[in-house]
Ligand binder design. Structure first.
Ligand code: ATP
Length: 233
């Protein structure tokens, strides 16, 4: 579904991504792991059209070169950004309606927002409240629901469990598994390596802008680099 080849992202003199290749098959969860600053967010930013890049990004057989973020959302790629980036001063409902505002008419948007509130009862409960007043876990659910409003076929998730309490982390991973079961393909950037390896089909470890380890989750979990650096063995 997604094929990335020789991807490079640079910010002035900084080469954040230095020739990355990755593929995500339809219906898979692929985990993209790596230390802070390895280039994970920059990779997602490139795929979403939010960073300048060179190389190849092909989604469903179509090159994304030169496509705007709006066109990429319309093509079926959604992003749950790092740090959630909800609109803290707007209500939960307003956040949902804005997230899906890319291409659907208002009636359809309201229908989708209602569906999201059925799926996430906490969002229904809080729909008239300012989103910034919710807990971190609730804000993360809102960020995910907002991305789902555009009905993506591929969801890019940037550290969705970061900073959340352990039970909430479990709930986020359960949600990711159920999204996959519903047919959404997922590229998951995470710092929770054990849980990511548990849930994903394939995994890649990014180090200084390049892939250092790749394979099935079993292969990656057994690799020395991951055992030493992330699993504490
Ligand atoms: P983190 O988990 O800390 O977000 P990451 O693996 O997602 O790490 P990136 O955020 O992609 O890594 O950052 C890769 C490199 O690019 C880092 O050296 C970072 O400082 C740099 N960088 C990221 N965004 C920018 C920017 N907008 N301008 C300049 N440099 C940037």
């Amino acid at each position: 579904m997604l094929d990335v080849a020789s991807l490079k992202v640079r910010y002035g003199a900084i080469e954040a991504v230095r020739g990355l290749d990755l593929s995500v098959g339809k219906g898979e969860i692929v985990a993209l792991l790596g230390a802070n600053g390895a280039g994970k967010s920059s990779t997602l930013a490139a795929i979403s059209g939010l960073a300048h890049w060179s190389g190849e990004i092909v989604f469903d057989g179509q090159s994304l070169q030169g496509h705007s973020p709006e066109a990429i959302t319309r093509a079926g790629i959604g992003l749950v950004p790092e740090g959630r980036r909800i609109f803290a001063g707007l209500t939960v409902s307003e956040n949902l309606l804005l997230g899906g505002a890319v291409h659907a008419p208002p009636v359809e948007l309201r229908r989708r927002a209602a569906r999201m509130q059925e799926r996430f009862p906490i969002l229904a409960e809080r729909r008239h409240q300012k989103a910034g007043l919710m807990s971190g876990g609730e804000q993360q659910m809102l960020a995910i629901a907002r991305a789902l409003m555009a009905e993506p076929r591929l969801l890019l998730m940037d550290e969705p469990s970061l900073g959340l309490a352990p039970q909430v982390v479990e709930a986020v991973f359960d949600l990711i598994a159920s999204l996959r079961d519903e047919g959404i393909t997922i590229l998951l950037v995470e710092q929770n390596v054990p849980m990511s390896l548990d849930i994903a089909d394939h995994a890649l470890v990014l180090a200084q802008g390049q892939i250092s380890v790749r394979g099935t989750t079993k292969e990656v979990a057994e690799s020395q680099a991951v055992q030493g650096a992330y699993l504490g063995h």
